[in-house]
Design a protein around this ligand. Sequence first.
Ligand code: FES
Length: 138
Amino acid sequence: MDRKEFLASLGIGAAFVAYSSCLEGCNVANPVSSAPTNVDFTLDLTAAANNALKTNGGYVYNNGIIVTRTTAGQYVAVYSVCPHAGATVQYDSRNNRFNCPAHGSNFGTDGSLINGPANQGLTKYNTSLNGTSLRVYS
Ligand code: FES
């Protein structure tokens, strides 16, 4: 019986396996590609695909970027790829910050690093609201 089978027999799922892998290898140096620099797209806030942005705390992904309507009602956009190991970050409305579900890194709404294991923040993009059009640009 290998390690994975042993853990499975104990009822410990893949999340623990991923976590224990992090304990063994969290010192990897940013294997993630860099954030795009020539960003410029517009979201139609009346489109069904963007319904989450009608509510504070909602978010959508577009072009590798997470676009959030914060709990304070501001539109914020950051690169969605965690600089630690490449997982996709989420918006944590309870704490008004971005969270990486893979190993627990947290980032402010300005993209700044709050805690690791990531060792740098997320690239932030500009947003501009014009009626029901939300422009995201670098
Ligand atoms: S991928 Fe490890 S904390 Fe995000």
